[in-house]
Write a protein that binds this ligand. Sequence first.
Ligand SMILES: Cc1ncc(COP(=O)(O)O)c(C=O)c1O
Length: 356
Amino acid sequence: MAGRRNVRPVRHGGAPAGWLDLSANPNPLGTPAAVRAAIGAARYDRYADLDVCAAERHLAADAGVPRALVLLTAGASEALRLIATALIEPGVRGVVAGPTYGEYARVAALAGATTDEVCATEPSFDPPLAALASALKAPGRAIVVICDPNNPTGRSIGASGYRRLLGALRAPEAGEAILVVDQSFAPFAAARSPIGALLATERALLVRSLTKRLAVPGVRVGYVLGPPRLLARLRAVRDPWPVGAHAIAAASAARWELGRSERARIVAWRSSLASGLAAHGLRPVRSDANFVLAWAGPRAREILVGLARRRIAVRDATSFDLPGYLRVAVCPPAEQALLLAALDALRAAPAPGSAQ
Ligand SMILES: Cc1ncc(COP(=O)(O)O)c(C=O)c1O
């Protein structure tokens, strides 16, 4: 595994306790009461508490698929690692729709593969569907990854995009590539994915972070939907008891989809955040997620430093190869007011020593 020595850790969001943290993206509506109660009641003093059957059955029913198509994981992170470890072998190449979450390339590199990035371009960052469809049809073995909606751009595949990817998977000349869709932020998007059709191709894996959906970053929980033959390969490379009792309890009480009024609140908060950022001279990218990427140009550094002085964290997108962009989590109106007041104060008195 020649590349392994050079694999670097990926930068992630997150801020010290006591800060207004808009640099990470859990569900801004918080943890559902039923999930909180289930975590509080979780037992953890017997190995039987680590039985995932009921949780996987529940997630399968919630997704409308048979139980055999669900694998409970310790967050989407474990799912991504399992996919790379189990499916990357000599001769398998990685293709990733960028700019995107850096863990895809990192776990691929740890498994010994290099990753080609097919990139969305500014200002719209439309998903590079044509390039992905070609990668799915190309001869040879590949793992083709897209994040939907994408972190950090917020752009989603949409119904027509999914039709295009399905067409490529079903094309007579289709290769052996496996499509991985990281749907960690999908509950916040408008379009639903055609789960049944994707899984029926036997060449798609859908990765879901319940950590994000349930706003429980401290409870490592997620799952994969996929055909049993691929899930069996993922199971084969796991450590024993990978998912803790609190995560299993959370999954057993989880719903993937947001309710109609929950979605409406997120959409309203997202659009007021985007308007507020635009009113402060930033250029927001259209988002279908619970965060907004915005172009701040040469002011990006000054804004980051000035907000940090006020204990407000937003995400510098430089590590996504997007210098000049900031990613801001969708948050309730009171938190947006704090952010926008801080941006006002910064315009009136830029942070000293913050010039690029
Ligand atoms: C796109 C994407 N996928 C997966 C993850 C990891 O999610 P989890 O916390 O469930 O491991 C993240 C975390 O930020 C993410 O942004």
